[in-house]
Design a binder for this molecule. Structure first.
Ligand code: BGC
Length: 812
């Protein structure tokens, strides 16, 4: 133990209490021993530090901070250096706002385009995800702040996120859902990590020995702290046993009592407890030292400029017919769309930032060499038809050279706590687009959306520039591209399927019962479309430039590749060179191509440069479920270098010696996994992949403390069903108003046990058991437990608090 001197002075009550939060955002201090508390804040693309009372979904406004583009946008830059710069800026702001642990970046894999939090995550690809996350982490931590990458692991669905069990085979877990975290931990050297709400193969992530001990700490060498997601702890005795250090936010002293009791009775050893305490002590003491470097404020203007540069580097030009872009100087533009006046620049939920300043296209456009015919809303954001707005837009469009049409997903579509139900943008926006085409064929679409959408209307636009959720300085960044000041260099970090029905997990996402079955296995995103040859609208890695790049002279060496890239156009620009690897006729099934390296390279007009992309330990590996380790299959690997997964410009080969002697699969038993056609995997084939039977995830019988509040439609008690109906109707009403009600969404998806985990000691787990009995129709017995539990809890809290404040009688 590093801090044996302090640990031996701590009482068992102090140790147990130290492992859970004191309030919404801070850990518990122990003043008699000089142990400080640390302050955590969201989040991934800007600091959300609440000035007044904290509530974790941001109902109370937070202090002004720079709102950078969200992770989904920045991933399109394919530029880890940019991620690092943003990380450094986030770190500086955290320092100025007295935040010590920054709850981000978020790096869950985009299993389905519908996950409501995709805007907060980087990619469908683990390699790109990991590289970007590692860069953010290095940047944040360079300022003495702890980054806390999240949510570890397999948290790719919002519906019942706290009560969902991800059923996933070990190979898919390792290759797809953990590789990003592995890179974040090993290369980013993350000092904290947030465990996810869900279960992974029947065990809560926060109690999962396999995830937290075997993989995170032993295999990857993580020596930082594990923090639970807010209200995500199920049983903190099990959490501590698995190496989870800090239960957040404020479970009161109930968890502490359980930990202390577990040590007394021997189900948790003193060593296990002390190890967790030691790790947390190490963190809080280091953070106290770091926060001695005070920063009074941060450079708002400089950070705004960085946000603008980042947005410009991340926007993706999807289409540019007749070279309509860049706009000719002096051309007469009609600016149409509500988003031009009120931009959609960030998502909803715990990541919401109170920006220092927000640019809008309407306000910024006069600064460009363009003649602005007018700026009108054109459609209602809420989706209702409005003929007057439409007519105004059509009149304006008719007299302009070019229409700049600002549209995309509205606020309600993308939020924490909510998965989308389809991939469309509101119909009224499409109807306006179609009508605009009748009066002006020069339409440039400017999209704002944090996740992939269906684009059957894309033929109406001559050009489409996708800004994603581009942060507070997005408007200027997009105009810089439209006007030709910046040459676009963003490339999609996720595939755009033609239709939602084409997505690999479409039959299993989101799971409506307890289990979410990851039947599509490793075929996530382009790994599926590319292997099983499903046409997409825009492939992974795709994006246009105002110049043209030529690829030549590929050399494949034992340690990587080199290739010559030439800017053959007349404008300076940057290209994202992507390296994919495949093994034709592999014995172990695998996708046709997998991203294993990339480089962003800037070239002046006419310039050529040699780019080098190294191989690493991940280039040829696969997870062998038979030997339970990373292995390499022997063979002649194809090395494919190109501008997207579907635009391979150069191909080479390399012979690789393998390590595999025991092959994991029998191809006869897994015909569909061998073809990559995975939308309809049978139970039998999935079981073969899992190596065991599919767990039963149906509800039957009674609800438990771990079931979500929204499952009260199964409740026997009429009162419970009444409450369920009320909640559902409040949720629906808020949806009709066009803004998600985050509190309702949180409550809706939260399990009963969270009542005890987030109420600062007012509710105990015994009381929760009583509430669940009531829900199940055992009113008298349940209420007895609630009332009895209330008094017992109050008394036990007082006794414990007294012991804490006394602090006498150190344990040893
Ligand atoms: C989210 C986390 C966030 C935490 C604190 C949770 O609901 O899942 O990402 O950091 O709240 O706001």
């Amino acid at each position: 133990m590093k801090h044996q001197d302090i640990i031996q002075k701590m009482t068992i009550e102090e140790k147990a209490a130290f492992l859970s939060g004191k309030g919404e955002w801070d850990s518990r201090d122990i003043s008699r021993l000089g142990i400080p508390s640390v302050f955590c804040s969201d989040g991934p693309h800007g600091i959300r530090k609440q000035a007044g009372a904290g509530d974790h979904l941001g109902l109370n406004e937070s202090l002004p901070a720079t709102c950078f583009p969200t992770a989904a946008a920045i991933a399109n830059s394919w530029n880890p250096e940019l991620g690092k710069e943003i990380g450094e800026a986030l770190g500086r702001e955290a320092l100025a706002l007295n935040v010590q642990v920054l709850l981000g970046p978020g790096l869950n894999i985009k299993r389905s385009p519908l996950c409501g939090r995709n805007f907060e995550y980087f990619s469908e690809d683990p390699f790109l995800t990991g590289k970007m996350a590692a860069a953010y982490i290095q940047g944040i931590q360079s300022q003495g702040i702890y980054a806390c990458p999240k949510h570890f692991a397999v948290n790719s669905q919002e519906l019942r996120r706290m009560a969902m069990n991800a059923v996933v085979d070990e190979r898919t877990l390792r290759e797809i859902y953990l590789t990003g975290f592995e890179i974040a931990v090993k290369e980013g050297r993350a000092k904290a990590i947030m465990s996810s709400y869900n279960q992974v193969n029947g065990i809560y992530a926060n109690e999962n020995q396999h995830l937290l001990q075997e993989i995170l700490r032993k295999e990857w060498g993580f020596d930082g702290i594990v923090v639970t997601d807010w209200g995500g702890s199920n049983d903190h005795v099990k959490g501590v046993k698995a190496g989870s250090n800090l239960e957040m936010p404020a479970p009161g002293l109930d968890s502490a009592r359980q930990i202390a009791a577990a040590v007394e009775e021997g189900s948790l050893t003193r060593e296990e407890l002390d190890t967790c305490v030691d790790q947390l002590l190490d963190a809080v003491l280091e953070l106290r030292e770091n926060s001695k470097i005070k920063r009074e404020s941060f450079e708002q203007k400089e950070h705004h400029c960085l946000a603008r540069k980042a947005a410009a580097e991340s926007a993706v030009l999807l289409k540019n017919r007749d070279h309509i872009l860049p706009l000719k100087p002096g051309c007469k533009v009609a600016v149409i769309g509500d988003f031009a006046k009120e931009p959609r620049y960030q998502g909803a939920g715990s990541s919401v930032v109170n920006p220092t300043f927000v640019e809008t296209i309407e306000k910024v456009i006069p600064g460009y060499d363009l003649r602005v015919a007018g700026v009108v809303g054109g459609y209602r954001r809420s989706g209702e038809a409005d003929e007057a707005l439409k007519k105004e837009a059509l009149d304006l469009a008719a007299g302009a050279d070019v229409v700049l049409y600002c549209f995309g997903l509205d606020e309600l579509s993308e939020s924490e706590g909510l998965d989308r139900t389809h991939m469309r943008i509101p119909q009224n926006q499409i109807e306006l687009l179609q009508a605009l085409l009748q009066v002006n064929e020069n339409i440039v679409g400017i999209l704002s959306a944090g996740a992939a959408i269906e684009m059957p209307w894309q033929t109406c636009c001559k050009a489409i520039l996708h800004g994603y959720l581009s942060g507070q300085a997005g408007a200027g960044a997009l105009l810089d591209i439209l006007a030709g000041k910046v040459n676009p260099s963003g490339r999609l970090a996720e595939s755009y399927p033609l239709r939602y029905e084409d997505t690999p997990a479409f039959r299993h996402f989101p799971s409506t019962e307890r289990n979410s079955e990851y039947r599509e296995s490793i075929y996530v995103g382009y790994r599926y479309y590319d292997t099983s040859m499903v046409r997409v609208q825009y492939p992974f890695g795709y994006g246009l430039s105002y110049t043209e790049f030529l690829y030549s002279d590929l050399k494949v060496n034992t340690d990587g590749i080199t290739a010559k890239i030439t800017n053959a156009g007349d404008r300076d620009g940057a290209e994202v060179v992507q390296m994919y690897v495949g093994l034709p006729n592999a014995i172990v099934f695998r996708p046709a191509k997998e991203l294993k390296g990339f480089a962003k390279i800037f070239l002046k007009a006419g310039e050529s440069k040699e780019v080098r992309i190294p191989f690493d330990d991940k280039t040829f590996r696969y997870w062998n479920v038979k030997t339970n380790r990373w292995e390499v299959e022997m063979g002649t690997y194809k090395i494919m270098v190109g501008a997207s997964v579907s635009d391979i410009r150069l191909e080479g080969e390399i012979e690789v010696e393998g390590t595999t002697t025991a092959y994991p699969y029998n191809p006869q038993e897994m015909p569909y996994y061998y073809t990559g056609i995975v939308q309809q995997i049978s139970d039998k084939e999935f079981e073969t992949l899992l190596g065991e039977s599919i767990p039963d995830g149906r509800w039957g019988g009674e609800l438990t403390a771990n079931d979500a509040i929204c499952q009260m439609y199964y409740a026997k008690s009429r009162i419970a069903r009444f409450i369920y109906n009320r909640l559902t109707s409040i949720k629906k009403k808020s949806e009709e108003k066009g803004k998600p009600n985050l509190n309702i969404l949180f409550i809706y998806n939260m399990p009963f046990r969270a009542l005890a985990k987030m109420t600062a000691g007012a509710v105990s787990m015994d009381m929760v058991e009583g509430i669940v009995e009531v829900v199940n129709g055992h009113f008298v017995k349940g209420m007895g437990k609630v009332i009895g539990g209330f008094f017992q809890n109050r008394k036990a809290n007082k006794v414990y608090e007294k012991k804490l404040s006394g602090g006498k009688g150190a344990e040893e």
